[in-house]
Design a binder for this molecule. Structure first.
Ligand code: X5A
Ligand code: ZN
Length: 660
């Protein structure tokens, strides 16, 4: 097989010793220009393009690292090895592609498949991609090499037993893992860890080892409740394997894009690494897609080369460093070249590269990690401990939204707050400045702009009773409420009302409130958990109205020059599914996005995470609600048709009596 750059690689055994007594690791590389022949039939642009592997190879050469590796020729997979994980029909189909004389025959096959193109070079490339990973894996398992990187395409992890999909024809990594286990028992590889950090779920690999306890499959991917490719439930954290393979499949599903180094490393530190320690693999395969890399056009995440290098370094502690990387996705040529280089430098045990300043994971990242740990802790006891509150509430300082205290007796005047707000800026968790809040002249168009956007306002307190909530829209006062509300500038009623439950803890606290007198008012813990349920009444209102509700909740003048919660803030919660926390000591200093309903964000307002801590410590009192207030909640739940009177009373009682 033709090989680019074979001559530039050193032969096994003639690497320089790096440190006396600590020999240089033998790192294998496989690259073959033949795999570039798989391309779109008419030369149309496609993200999975031949240049992907070219740029990686060129980068490794230019950086002088391929010269320090053992460069191997590619090799075609044998049908019998492919058939360890693929159906015979599928192997034959892929084989037949190049024998077709006409593009239209191939196009017809491709059109039946999901996200697949085919040309005359596809069969050979697919055989070489799979065969190269097999070859590299064999050499690593034999000990002839310490580790290596197969720079292959087409990618493999979406390919299922009988189906090509998602740019993948054969499942290269699965073929190689199965080869070691089934064809080379003499090598003593009994347990394999497959780590899939491609931004997409490795559905093919998951299915191939679903019932196989010899292979622990770990995939971290954008999932978005099943909306991200490959859509569906396969990538859910509940998918843990079956039969003897139960517990040997781990999915870490992100609810959103934008995850970066901090998020991935949190998944490493709190899931993958402890499990790897318990599993103690003999060999590790890495489905190394680089489409979670910063600037990837498909991934939307922002992992840096540094992030990849740290993730890989942490894996090198296992299986005596026997790790086989196989390229999967990754569609920004510059990003994949840099990320690949960073990884090969780790394989070579070069000095750790520099990283960007420290950032913290998103709230939704901790939610995913906690869900995974809970689901899998019976199989992997090291996941059983609760993560410390301190850890999961670390935050990059983000002064975002200032909301004054609701119903509170504090002296802060509204104008003072607005003045402060005007000095604040919105930052994303990576610390990049997104937008400055400006003080605008009194007559601004913010109302017109925000009136065009709908949100769901999710109420869990007295606003669940519609007549009480309507005071915030139409103005007025209802039974039990000790104050008159001015209402919104837009007095139109909610367009829709729906009920939902959310996995959050409802509780009551504070001594007394302006609206309801002596007794606590309702809060919901901004952090989701797996046990508690809060009933919420969702009103579909405009973002303009939401601002007016927010202002009234917080004693601010609705007639203000600027919105409290603007489009930039909405975009921020929308993108992150995260929590905006006010830096002030306010009662409802938090706008939390609970998700979406028919693509419209669901927003609620509650206390800050730090206030939750103070409630727990007793610094802020937990108090049962005033009678009139509790009755208003019960009325809301009953008249809204959510619960019976008895159920509603029991629900409130439970929230009152259960310790935080
Ligand atoms: C290997 C890989 C992505 C497929 C996306 C299809 N496939 N829309 O990254
Ligand atoms: Zn991918």
């Amino acid at each position: 097989m033709a090989m680019a750059g074979e001559s530039s690689g050193k032969k096994i055994g003639d690497c320089d010793g790096k440190v006396a007594g600590n020999r240089q690791r033998k790192v294998g590389l496989i690259y073959d220009e033949t795999m570039c022949k798989h391309d779109t039939p008419d030369g149309e642009d496609h993200p999975e393009c031949p240049d992907r592997i070219r740029v990686i190879w060129e980068k490794l050469q230019l950086a002088g690292v391929s010269q320090r590796c053992v460069v191997l020729g590619s090799s075609k997979a044998e049908d019998k090895h492919l058939q360890l994980v693929h159906r015979k029909d599928h192997v034959n189909l892929v084989k037949s592609i190049s024998t077709k004389q006409k593009d239209y025959r191939r196009n017809r096959i491709a059109s039946q498949l999901n996200s697949i193109y085919l040309n005359g070079g596809s069969s050979e490339a697919a055989y070489l991609a799979a065969g190269s990973v097999v070859k590299l894996a064999e050499k690593v398992a034999e000990g002839e090499l310490d580790c290596g990187f197969a720079i292959v395409r087409p990618p493999g992890h979406h390919a299922e037993a009988d189906e090509a999909m998602g740019f993948c024809l054969f499942n290269n990594v699965a073929v190689a893992a199965s080869f070691l286990l089934n064809e080379r028992p003499d090598l003593g590889v009994k347990k394999i860890l497959i780590v899939d950090w491609d931004v997409h779920h490795g559905n093919g690999t998951q299915k191939m080892f679903w019932k196989d306890p010899r292979v622990l499959f770990f995939s971290v991917h954008r999932h978005e409740y099943g909306g991200f490719y490959p859509a569906g439930d396969d990538g859910d954290y509940n998918m843990v394997g079956e039969g003897p393979g139960e517990g040997f499949n781990i999915n870490v599903p992100w609810d959103q894009g934008r995850c970066g180094d901090a998020d991935y490393l949190a998944a490493w530190d709190h899931i993958l690494i402890p499990v790897a320690r318990e599993f103690n693999p003999d060999v590790i395969f890495l489905s190394a897609g680089f489409d979670a890399a910063i600037n990837d056009p498909l991934g939307g995440c922002c992992v840096t080369p540094y992030g990849y290098s740290v993730m890989l370094k942490k894996l090198m502690e296992f299986a005596q460093g026997k790790i086989v990387l196989a390229l999967e996705g990754g569609y920004n040529l510059d990003s994949i070249a840099k990320s690949s280089l960073a990884c090969v430098q780790v394989l070579l045990e070069d000095k750790q590269i520099q990283g960007p300043p420290e950032a913290y994971p998103f709230e939704s990242t901790w939610r995913a990690i906690q869900a995974v740990r809970k689901r899998l802790c019976t199989y992997w006891p090291s996941l059983a401990d609760e993560l410390s509150w301190k850890l999961i509430n670390q935050k990059t300082p983000t002064p975002i939204i200032l909301i004054s205290s609701s119903d509170s007796e504090t002296e802060d005047d509204a104008q003072g707050l607005l003045d402060q707000m005007s000095k604040l800026s919105i930052e994303n968790p990576q610390g990049t400045l997104l937008e400055n809040h400006q003080v605008e002249p009194a007559s601004t168009s913010w109302r017109a702009d925000l009136a065009k956007v709908d949100v769901w306002y999710a109420s869990f307190g007295s606003n669940m009773w519609k007549p009480r909530f309507l005071c915030y829209i139409q103005g007025g006062q209802v039974d039990g409420l000790k104050k008159v509300c001015v209402g919104s500038m837009d007095k139109s009623p909610p367009k829709e009302t729906v009920w939902e439950t959310f996995p959050h803890r409802l509780f009551f606290g504070r001594e007394s409130s302006v609206g309801w007198g002596v007794g606590g008012v309702a809060f919901t813990n901004p952090l989701a958990n797996l046990i508690d349920q809060t009933h919420m009444c969702l009103y579909r209102i405009t973002l303009e109205q939401f601002n007016d509700v927010l202002s009234q909740e917080n004693g601010l003048n609705v007639d203000s020059d600027s919105p409290v919660f603007d489009l930039a803030a909405l975009q921020l919660v929308d993108n992150k599914g995260s929590i905006l926390e006010a830096p002030l000591n306010s009662w409802y200093g938090n706008v939390v996005c609970l998700g979406k309903e028919r693509d419209i964000p669901i927003l609620t307002m509650t206390c800050t995470l730090s206030a939750v801590e103070k409630f727990k410590s007793g610094e802020i009192p937990i108090r049962p609600p005033a009678k009139a207030y509790a009755n208003t909640l019960i009325r809301g739940l009953v008249e809204g048709g959510r619960l019976s009177k008895e159920e509603a009373e029991a629900y409130i009682d439970k929230a009152v009596s259960k310790p935080l």
